[in-house]
Design a protein around this ligand. Sequence first.
Ligand SMILES: [Ca+2]
Ligand SMILES: [Ca+2]
Length: 302
Amino acid sequence: MTRHSDTLVGRSLWRAAVLGGTLLFLATACVSPGSWPRKISDIPSVTSPTETVVPEEVPPTTQPPAAPEWQEVFMDHFDGVAGTPPGQWHPMTGWNGATLNGSGQLDVGHLSQIRSTPGWSLPVGTQVRVSASLIMPDTGSNYAALWVQHPDAGDPREIDVIESYGPLKAAGAQLGSHLCYDETLDNGVDECGAVGRTAELAGVSHSFADGVKPWQSYWEYHAEFTVGSDRVWFQARDGSGNLAYTAATLPDVRRVPGNVVPFHLRLSNKDVAPDDAVVGGEQHSMLVDWVAVQVKYPTAVG
Ligand SMILES: [Ca+2]
Ligand SMILES: [Ca+2]
């Protein structure tokens, strides 16, 4: 997460990446052979053989290695008694926790910040998909986010799967990749940019139709990367699979969590800086229906 910042640093670069990334993502992730259109005329006709042909004996072959499959390494549906804390998460020091609402959602309220108790350090080549279904606050004073944290102070590789300032703020909802934190936002100096660690951020509010913006409707948000690779892919889908957007970072190995320190998930709901707060809205909490982490390990060398 940026620290109370509405700026969209690096946005023009990102837009170029979004276009190229969309095509590749769709080609690799969204099209399966089973969904290809098929006309009746494409299917060869079958005739009954008039005589039985005995096939030649074929020597047995070794089975090809099974293709890697997605495996679930983390899942939380947030079922449980209202008012109780989520079992797989813990609050960060100095912050409020979050509680189950008794209806199957996690209520991430005022000044909450929690971290997944499990973390993951995975072999190079492992594909990782972080997903969540949630609805954002609709106020002008809350700043809520789901992010992947790579807790190396000297080498932060934060991925903002989705974050939102709500409908009353210009930044709205956005994606992000941070390699550095500017602790002096009000000094007029971009310290991160000065050391070649500019954030990539992209606003996505416009990708959602009126009436189903991120603070009006639950959406499924995904971030996907391969350990050791150089891009992070993003997408949002509704519960029926309809796509709101796809996006990708520019190629840069520093934007993908490494396998040196375990990465964790974080959910947070901060206040925007008092001078930036806008009065309005009713829903102060981010409500999270579920969070999942899936991995696909690289094919074993045979
Ligand atoms: Ca600064
Ligand atoms: Ca749920």
